[in-house]
Design a protein around this ligand. Structure first.
Ligand SMILES: *Cc1c(COP(=O)(O)O)cnc(C)c1O
Length: 383
């Protein structure tokens, strides 16, 4: 099967198997000033324009873009901490999926993991102890007391509940080594100024780029294709000197993105800066009211046999916001029709619960409602 557009009826907004955030990409055959400075006529940097815009969008001094979040973590550790210690809470030694494990990436980068605290409870005093080598515990593993960075990693795809404690970004920023925060999903600003209304309530516990920098993180890392709503990319933003050291490291060349991704991210950054949130497909999906979705479902049901409107719960997906449910609405069809729906053009990806096929309309572009109605009509005809 060729790579092709599909209709996402799963209700998972950032479906990893469906490419996370939905993306437009049209491009004519043309040269671009990718590494050419139009002012001087000399060599330019592919990072210049998009870096400045992304930095502006999240309130950072500087930013660069690499191929994905994993590459960004690897580059930051390699450039800023190779041969030295990096202090991480034992509660944040995460596996993101696809084999991306913080301790393994640390090894690959040449930095040395300094584990701090316990799985469920870690205090800022534990970090201070690990860094200056006083007392017992983690400092024993860090015999030369050489901690180049403190790394805070967003738990992203899991939660530790119960008897828990974790230092805040501001507390970690008060420690001597620079603080790098891998915030994961790229929510640019907790206030979502690009939306007309209030930020969706289900985002309330998600760390945001601007607020993490304001709380004192020296550098932040996030993905382009999670809550940012763009192409696969990793963004490193923050202190200009630290960003420049990352950009100079030999690994930067190995993980640099191509012109298509940079152009898409540049457009996305401009869209955010213009506060045109409804021009970003992810934020449209995130913002539909349940009433709007219900009306779309009822319109499809009115023209189609064998289909019923149904209240559903969508999820953010993409390894973000575990346990979060977003009230939604969609269609239900008795029996398992997922196979037939996948044979449609474009393929429709649905899910099955209790032998009932469910199509969540929150993740379906309204422009695709007609295709969904037609496919459902065919199923009814075959029954
Ligand atoms: C998703 C995620 C990554 C990996 O980012 P990719 O863009 O998928 O490579 C790294 N760290 C955290 C905290 C994440 O949530």
């Amino acid at each position: 099967m060729l790579l092709q557009p599909v209709i996402n009826g799963t209700g998972v907004l950032l479906h990893t198997n469906l490419g996370r955030a939905p993306m437009a990409h049209t491009h004519t055959e043309n040269f671009a000033n990718l590494e050419f400075d139009l002012t001087t006529g000399g060599r330019g940097s592919r990072q210049r324009a998009v870096g400045e815009l992304m930095a502006q969008a999240c309130g950072a001094e500087a930013a660069i873009v690499v191929n994905n979040g994993a590459a960004a973590v690897l580059l930051v550790l390699g450039a800023l901490a190779a041969g030295r210690g990096v202090a991480v809470s034992r509660g944040e030694l995460v596996e993101i999926g696809g084999g991306f494990r913080i301790p393994d990436v640390m090894n690959q980068s040449g930095a040395r993991l300094v584990e701090v605290g316990t799985t469920n409870r870690t205090r800022v005093a534990d970090f201070a102890n690990a860094i200056d080598g006083t007392g017992s515990g983690p400092a024993a593993e860090n015999q030369d007391n050489d901690v180049a960075l403190v790394l805070q990693v967003h738990q992203s795809n899991y939660e530790i509940v119960g008897f828990t404690e974790a230092p805040t970004t501001a507390e970690l920023a008060s420690l001597a080594p620079p603080l790098v925060a891998d915030i994961g999903s790229g929510l640019l600003d907790a206030a979502c100024p690009w939306l007309d209304g209030d930020p969706p309530g289900w985002l309330k516990d998600e760390p945001a780029a601007r607020q993490t920098l304001e709380a004192g993180a020296d550098l932040i890392i996030f993905s382009g294709d999670k809550l940012l709503g763009g192409p696969q990319a990793g963004i490193i933003a923050g202190d200009a000197e630290m960003v420049a050291r990352c950009a100079r490291h030999p690994l930067a060349r190995a993980v640099r993105p191509g012109g298509l991704v940079l152009a898409a991210l540049q457009n996305l950054a401009l869209t955010y800066l213009d506060r045109r949130g409804t021009d970003i497909a992810f934020w449209r999906m995130a913002s539909y009211t349940v009433d709007e979705l219900r009306r779309r479902a009822e319109a499809i049901v009115a023209t189609t046999n064998g289909v019923a409107p149904v209240e559903l719960s969508a999820t953010p997906g993409g390894g973000t916001l575990p346990g979060v449910e977003i009230p939604s609405f969609g269609l239900s069809i008795a029996g398992d029709h997922t196979n037939a729906l996948r044979q449609q053009a474009p393929p429709i990806i649905a899910r099955v619960v209790d032998n009932t096929t469910l199509i969540d309309l929150r993740t379906v572009d309204p422009a695709d409602d007609a295709a969904v109605a037609e496919a459902c009509g065919q199923l009814a005809g075959e029954q």
